[in-house]
Design a protein around this ligand. Structure first.
Ligand code: NAD
Length: 478
């Protein structure tokens, strides 16, 4: 028996959770439950996180959490429980299968069967934002080697486990050479360890266009947090099955499984909601727990039920559906089909599944790191970069001299274009002509000179070489 934590959530949550648990029980899942309260009631009791301290203890003790959707109250101040859970529990991998159930659920992409594996903890979602000048705010995009290695290895292991043929990586590394570049580089390194699985890389813009148009050419897709967020909603929508999709959030110790839809408050308490999304989450959970035989049985019974045309209101269609049913009746139909396989839709067999081989991240030896320059970001309300260059040229050390000014990343000095629009946020780059290593004392001297000359510095960045390779971006046009 495996003890897991469940939360019935809000709106249609309790009904779809009851339906799901009834199916799991009938299928012989070896599960025991601790139920916790999350969501609206907890939020409205004054707890802005939507979850009590004792509930965290239960989740951490049981490690596996099946969660029904919750209602986030309107108005500010309430933190997203999903984002908090992912970050607190280190749930680095978000797995969302998006498959067509044609002809039983309408879609323009009858052959589509993809799984989107989205990095879940870093990228722009680190939530590190600052206003620096009157005109400019920034959001820090953090991408780490452990973050990339963990999610990319997960994608290949997932592909291996589920007999998938190809893993595609989506990035924008033609523009973000450091952050997305690292993701792509780690992808190439790890792909080489899985010669039996095809691999490819697409630039995200054209890749997303291709996925929206011809999703059947993709299999497993692995990508960074923000791209994955957008792509996975598009994929679920074009599969025709937003209400039928589940997702898994996997960490090194804990995991959370859920439907991708919300709490649909208008449908609550009417025995109308489709429990399929949460059931799909539960099937992924059974596989994760190694109860692959039960997962296979439930999934095939579910596919057979949809194929029989037994549909809840949201997917019911004259001519395709045979019976419009409520939440409980749908669950009973799935139970009646346990042990059967679909005839037209492809039956699944997870029974030979092994646990995914996900080794803990091992830190690499440190590279030789040399400081070779410094970027000083300046708040300045003028418009002529030559004027700022004159001001900045009054500062410097025997090594460090002003070599470039950019505005929003575009080189405006030396030899800027008068047409380039400039904000009040300027980056002044100081480098040594001989590209020699410099000391941190020299940076302090630069900053002191800025104060003495009335230059408003808003932030600084060190320019490093790692193992002799420049590890910072050039100015656009440099
Ligand atoms: P929603 O997903 O709840 O509903 C969108 C539409 O889909 C509605 O018309 C709804 O009736 C329908 N629908 C959704 N699930 C269905 C199901 N299982 N069966 C039949 N029809 C279904 O999105 P929303 O209306 O934007 O959000 C409602 C609430 O849910 C909000 O408070 C939102 O914050 C929350 N939400 C929670 C989660 C989560 O807990 N993971 C995710 C998304 C939204």
């Amino acid at each position: 028996m495996q003890r897991i934590t469940i939360a019935k959530g809000d709106g249609i949550g309790p009904e779809i959770m009851d339906a799901t648990l009834t199916i799991l029980k009938a299928a012989g899942a070896q599960l025991e439950y601790d139920e916790i309260e999350v969501g609206e009631k907890v939020y409205l009791s004054g707890n802005t996180s939507g979850i009590a301290k004792e509930s965290w203890d239960t989740i951490i003790k049981n490690k596996v959490f099946l969660k029904a959707p919750i209602t986030t109250p309107q108005g500010g101040g309430y933190k997203s429980l999903n984002v908090t859970t992912r970050k607190f529990l280190g749930l680095y991998s978000n797995v969302r299968p998006c498959m067509s159930l044609h002809p039983f659920v309408e879609t323009k992409h009858p052959e589509m069967d993809i799984v989107i594996i989205r990095e879940n903890e870093e990228d722009l979602y680190a939530g590190i934002e600052h206003q620096q000048t009157d005109e400019v705010v920034q959001c820090l995009k953090l991408v780490s080697r452990p973050g990339c290695e963990k999610i990319i290895r997960y994608a290949f292991e997932f592909a291996k486990q589920y007999g998938r043929k190809k893993v595609t990586c989506f990035t924008k590394d033609n523009i973000m050479k450091q952050t997305d570049g690292l993701f792509h580089k780690v992808f190439d390194e790890i792909a080489a360890e899985y010669p039996e699985i095809e691999n490819e890389h697409w630039i995200i813009d054209i890749g997303a266009a291709k996925m929206s148009d011809t999703p059947e050419v993709f299999d497993v897709i692995v990508t960074l947090n923000l791209y994955g967020d957008v792509l996975s909603d598009i994929a679920a929508q074009i599969a025709g099955s937003v209400g039928l999709a589940g997702s898994a959030n996997i960490g090194e110790e804990c995991s959370m499984f859920e439907a991708i839809h919300g709490s649909a408050p208008r449908r609550a308490g009417q025995n109308m909601a489709n429990p399929s999304g949460l059931l799909q989450g539960a099937v992924m959970m059974l596989n994760h727990l190694g109860q692959n035989d039960v997962a296979t049985k439930v999934q095939n019974a579910w596919l057979k039920t949809l194929e029989d045309g037994i549909h809840t209101y949201d997917i019911y269609k004259e001519g395709i559906s045979t019976q419009k049913v409520g939440t409980r009746e749908f669950a009973q139909a799935v139970i009646a089909n346990l042990g059967q396989k679909p005839q037209k839709l492809a039956a699944v067999n997870y029974e030979n599944g092994q646990a995914l081989n996900l080794p803990k991240y091992v830190r690499k030896p440190q590279a030789k790191k040399e400081l070779i320059g410094h970027d000083i970001f300046v708040h300045w309300s003028g418009t002529d970069a030559n004027e700022l260059a004159q001001k900045m040229n009054t500062i410097g050390t025997s090594h460090l001299k002003l070599s470039m000014i950019t505005n929003r990343g575009i080189k405006v000095w030396p030899e800027g274009f008068s047409q380039t629009f400039c904000t009040d946020h300027w980056r002044c780059r100081f480098t040594s002509a001989e590209e020699k290593a410099i000391s941190k004392e020299e940076i302090i001297i630069l900053l002191q000179q800025c104060i003495q000359n009335g230059i408003d510095t808003i932030k600084t960045e060190n320019l490093y070489q790692f193992d002799g390779k420049k590890a910072f971006s050039l100015g656009q046009g440099q």
